[in-house]
Design a protein. Structure first.
Length: 767
């Protein structure tokens, strides 16, 4: 085999893989199409529902004798020392390579939604916090570091980012999303992909497509989105991350749209993804997603039928472990029920990716190159701190309650104040895996806000009372909390979510909410604190937005942090003390009332407030909103009412000056308003943004290079078009805070766009 063409690195990958496939048996080809989850068993407490009936007890040596496609989560299933884990993974890879005729190792994949989901690895802020930064460059830097950590222990593929656009904030997985706007999700998501891929890790986009549009905000419920909503809201982030980020893998969603499961939809996974978008990487199933075609969707009667449907649709790899793509598939091919060409197609894609990763090379070595592996380095913690600081959103600050005086009396109250896990989302290792390993230390330092505030303000007198639990109905602790608040100059109420999985938390996968009221008796606690007359600073550590209209005008200040990671405590404390000037902006709207959902700011006229309904969905704090401890002046906006062709461009500029006494960041946002179109359009939608960091007195001029393609939408025939007519380009500090409007008229014929359309609004800034 050592002289075979498939071993020759001088040959093109396609030639090498063609030669290799010609030598492989059916069993050897199918072995490349599934993963094995060594740590998962058919009994005991699983990571996810259905794990017990989707996981069979297999003999590992028997499974790998024909080769193996993937190894599932060797670090993310149980607490594993990174150095020991890397050596163990290397031994497993040598064992896999030695068992098959061709000596091909497996691709090892891991979750990396908020950092590498492994014991003792840095827990970064969740993706919703990335969105709040409006800082793609910083997110790319984080992803590059995560990718380097994955590579250091022998992992090849990361199951991130999540590119679902929030459609109903009651959905439990909102914390995993980047926000409610497709442009923000796409640009931040593409930055994450670039960072991960630059480290040599295969980025996997998920969940393709429509997962966040599930009925009633229930996890894994049917999707009732229309074709234009899917085309104009759901799909653009994936297209952008593929074209601008270079992702090499896509994960099919669990859900079904209009009766067709994504995992069995060739129109989605082949016609759109591969033919229209020219994607050439691998498509993997979500965990157990192929088996679910039989057990949950009931579009297949047997595992072999499920395998056939998924392969025909375009899923190349069954994850996380073997159920349908093994012996049931082999027998169906032998019986003539499944074309072997489908197996060949998927195996070719998998082997091409392995070739890219060097796994077909004879001199491939699985052992880590670093002697000492540190997955939570000083540099990583510093980056986690910076990201957390940029993500904190100051929603309100009445009468200058913040920053807190350094020598004041502070009553810290609430169930999230003293718990380190209040900082972490459900895919951070301590929240995701350690609940099944009681007594195991978290492996990383996570200062809770109470400790961080005492460190931040050493001269302040800080007292504490929990008040209540996160979701506990017991109100007996409220009395003590009120007593502590009454003794203080200011009360910091730290409320929010507990991340968990499948009902074990108030936020996270399978932790969907009936409404957007704060969980448990936390609203009663906040009512009691406000009634004391002591200024209350509300700090929210959550995975979704919660309705705050009940307390609007009664709170001294409101600070929102979306699970800000292991350095979130010091970051939020820095905002409260004034060491950090808040610069985060809302990636999701904050509602007035807990009901009346779903609602996001991407509404056509009928979705806005009006006289036809007594329910006013107008958010309390709109998308893009965020305050600062300094002030900014917007000056010198571009004037005129230009006419440009439907394939033309227009530059729109504004100068932003820091008029305050301290450094700060302003986020200039560009929105599009289309007054008249052939189908209804969102009243406004984000098409560009630029984050400007300015010293006191400093100014910068930012220019948005608008192209008419950015006004495109899907028309009644399903084509993406640019229509002639009037447009408004709105320079704004949020979706509701417009500072300047430029009128533009598109002239000439309507244009039908292809896959080469412009997706981004480039910006340039000069001092």
């Amino acid at each position: 085999m050592t002289t075979a063409p498939w071993r020759d690195r001088s040959l093109p990958a396609d030639v090498r893989v063609t030669d290799l496939l010609s030598r492989m048996t059916l069993e050897e080809k199918t072995a490349q199409l599934y993963g094995v989850w060594v740590g998962a068993t058919a009994d005991g407490d699983g990571v996810a529902p259905h794990q017990h009936d989707m996981t069979a007890d297999h003999d590992f040596d028997e499974l790998i004798r024909h080769g193996l496609g993937q190894l599932t989560r060797p670090f993310g299933t149980a607490p594993v020392d990174p150095e020991s884990g890397a050596r163990s993974l290397a031994r497993a890879q040598r064992r896999i390579a030695a068992s098959g005729r061709f000596g091909i190792p497996a691709i090892a994949h891991e979750e990396c939604l908020a950092g590498f989901t492994a014991w003792r690895a840095t827990a970064y802020p969740v993706p919703l916090a990335w969105g709040a930064t409006f800082d793609p460059a910083l997110v790319e830097e984080m992803a590059r570091r995560i990718g380097a950590d994955l590579r250091s222990v022998g992992v090849h593929q990361g199951l991130a980012p999540v590119l679902d656009v929030v459609r109903d904030p009651r959905w439990g997985r909102v914390e995993e999303t980047i926000g409610e706007d497709p442009y923000l999700v796409g640009t931040i998501g593409a930055a994450y992909v670039r960072g991960l891929e630059s480290a040599g890790i295969v980025a996997t986009l998920k969940h393709f497509a429509g997962y966040a549009s599930s009925v009633g905000a229930r996890n894994l419920a049917p999707v009732r989105a229309g074709t234009r909503e899917l085309a104009d809201v759901t799909l653009p982030p994936f297209e952008l991350a593929l074209r601008e980020g270079g992702a090499r893998s896509v994960m099919a969603a669990y859900t079904e749209t209009d009766g067709v499961p994504a995992s069995a939809d060739p129109a989605l996974l082949t016609e759109l993804l591969r033919t229209e978008w020219n994607f050439s990487g691998t498509v993997v199933s979500d965990y157990f997603g192929i088996g679910f075609l039989q057990t949950l969707h009931r579009v297949a009667g047997t595992p072999a039928e499920a395998a056939h449907a998924a392969l025909a649709a375009g899923i190349d790899v069954e994850l996380p472990t073997l159920k349908c793509y093994g012996q049931p598939l082999v027998e169906a091919v032998r019986a003539g029920e499944v074309p072997e060409s489908l197996v060949d197609r998927a195996a070719r894609r998998v082997l091409l990716q392995k070739c890219e990763l060097g796994l077909l090379d004879e001199d491939w070595q699985p052992e880590p190159t670093e002697r000492r592996i540190d997955l939570d380095s000083t540099a990583s913690r510093a980056l986690a701190r910076r990201l957390a600081e940029e993500s904190v959103v100051l929603l309100d600050n009445r009468d200058g309650v913040l920053p807190l005086a350094p020598d004041t009396r502070i009553a810290v109250v609430g169930p999230r104040a003293a718990d380190p896990l209040a900082m972490l989302g459900c895919y951070s290792f301590p929240s995701h895996v350690l609940p099944r390993h009681p007594g195991t230390p978290t492996g990383i330092e996570i200062p809770p806000l109470l400790d961080a505030l005492r460190t931040e303000l050493p001269d302040a007198k800080v007292t504490f009372a929990e008040g209540c639990g996160v979701a506990d109905p017991d109100p007996s602790g409220i009395e003590e909390a009120v007593a502590r608040a009454a003794e203080a100059d200011v009360c910091v109420a730290v409320l929010g979510d507990r991340a968990g999985l499948f009902g074990r938390g108030t936020s996270g996968e399978g932790c969907d909410a009936t409404d957007l009221q704060l969980p448990g008796v936390q609203p009663d606690l906040l009512d009691a604190l406000v009634a004391t007359g002591v200024p209350v600073v509300l700090v929210l550590l959550t995975g979704r937005p919660y309705a705050l209209g009940r307390w609007h005008g009664r709170l001294g200040a409101v600070v929102q942090a979306f699970f800000p990671g292991e350095e979130g405590g010091p970051a939020v404390a820095g905002v409260l003390s004034g060491r950090v000037n808040p610069s985060g902006r809302l990636p999701v709207s904050v509602p007035q009332a807990p009901g009346g959902q779903p609602w996001t700011y991407l509404q056509p006229p009928l979705g806005l407030a009006g006289e036809v309904s007594n329910l006013d969905p107008t958010p309390l704090y709109p998308f893009g909103h965020g305050r600062s401890y300094t002030t900014f002046a917007w000056e010198g906006m571009t004037d005129g009412t230009p006419e440009i062709p439907t394939d033309g461009t227009y530059d729109l500029s504004v100068t932003v000056r820091n008029t305050g006494a301290r450094a700060g960041a302003e986020v200039v946002q560009l929105y599009l308003h289309d007054p008249v179109a052939s189908v209804t359009r969102p009243d406004v939608r984000l098409i560009g943004y630029e984050r400007l960091e300015l010293e006191p007195g400093e100014s910068r001029r930012v220019t948005f290079h608008f192209h008419a393609d950015l006004s495109s939408f899907t028309d009644r025939t399903g084509r993406r078009v640019v229509e002639p007519g009037a447009l408004e380009l709105r320079l704004a500090a949020s979706s509701a805070d417009v500072r300047h409007t430029a009128l533009v008229r598109l002239t000439g014929p309507a244009r039908v766009l292809g896959r080469d359309r412009r997706l981004l609004c480039p910006t340039s800034a000069e001092g």
